[in-house]
Design a protein around this ligand. Structure first.
Ligand SMILES: [Zn+2]
Length: 295
């Protein structure tokens, strides 16, 4: 059984069985060095966001949910003087304290070049994941993995990452010898490996491709439509505030959930997975939490 939403009037199956494991996936994207909340006189986002409140929102979920996995979809760097002064040190240290498990490389994470990113990675207690940049000729080689598998209560979660075309978006001198490769091909290659060889129960893609475009650029919508094994795409880059996560049915009849929570830590995504340990059934649903002063 695979249902698109837990919003059923009937009592959910998982309510009455010890065989169901619940995992809550919390996620952000495009934090853009927004350590402080937006000022009270900001015309659009007054008093929203900020790492301290983001941390409170995450902690309140950790207090109520047994199994929490915290992820990010890139562009942690750039946007406030904190980045200009400290080069990302503060962002990485605070995200490590919040307990992030993994992120992926966004274009702005290269704003101080490959060296600028690598030099800060010692401050990050979380993994950067990407499978479509060839970094073999760069210092990132030692630091980036194409996937990671996290096991929670016997549920195997495979996490991969994809990034956007760098040419035209990032100064050549900043991305150096990083080579962009087709994200759909490589995401599908890794997802198939995680599903069939590594026997993962859930496949998550951290994507900095962007939600959708009118001009043919590859987006999360395209990736979802062209895939067989990815259950959840956690997106970034286009700063899209989705009202709620969006289901896409692929050309292979795969149901994939896409979510993106704008930018700057204004919202926190929360995807709940209920997984049946015996027969592999899963139910996935999600919503987006506002990060404000009330948390
Ligand atoms: Zn971006």
């Amino acid at each position: 059984m695979f249902t698109a939403s837990a919003a059923s009037l009937a009592t959910p199956l998982y309510a009455n069985s010890d065989n169901w494991v619940k995992i809550s996936i919390l996620h952000t994207n495009d934090l853009h060095s927004r350590i402080d909340p937006f000022p009270l006189n900001d015309p659009k986002y007054a008093d929203l966001g900020g790492f301290s409140r983001l941390s409170s929102t995450i902690n309140s979920t950790r207090n109520t949910e047994e199994n929490v996995l915290l992820l990010d979809a890139g562009d942690i760097f750039q946007g406030t003087p904190y980045f200009n002064l400290y080069g990302g040190e503060l962002e990485f240290k605070l995200m490590s304290k919040m307990g992030y498990y993994a992120s992926t490389i966004g274009n702005h994470d290269l704003d101080n070049g490959v060296d600028g990113l690598v030099d800060q990675l010692g401050n990050a207690d979380f993994q950067f994941i990407n499978c479509n940049y060839d970094v073999s000729q760069t210092r990132l080689k030692e630091h980036i993995v194409p996937y990671k598998i996290k096991e929670i209560k016997g549920v195997r979660i495979g996490i991969l990452g994809v990034g956007i075309e760098l040419e035209g978006l990032v100064e050549r001198s900043n991305y150096g010898n990083m080579i962009y490769q087709d994200p759909i091909f490589h995401a599908n290659r890794i997802a198939e490996y995680l599903k069939l060889e590594k026997k993962c129960d859930l496949i998550i893609c951290l994507s900095h491709l962007g939600y959708s475009y009118d001009d043919g650029r590859i987006s999360d919508q395209d990736l979802a439509f062209e895939n067989k094994y990815i259950d959840l795409i956690i997106g970034g880059h286009t700063h899209t505030f989705l009202e709620k996560p969006v289901w896409v049915k692929s050309r292979f009849k795969k149901q994939t959930l896409i979510n993106q929570v704008g930018w700057a830590g204004i919202q926190l995504g929360k995807i709940d997975l209920h997984f049946h340990k015996i027969n592999g059934d899963k139910e996935i649903s999600g919503r987006n939490l506002i990060v404000n002063s009330l948390v």
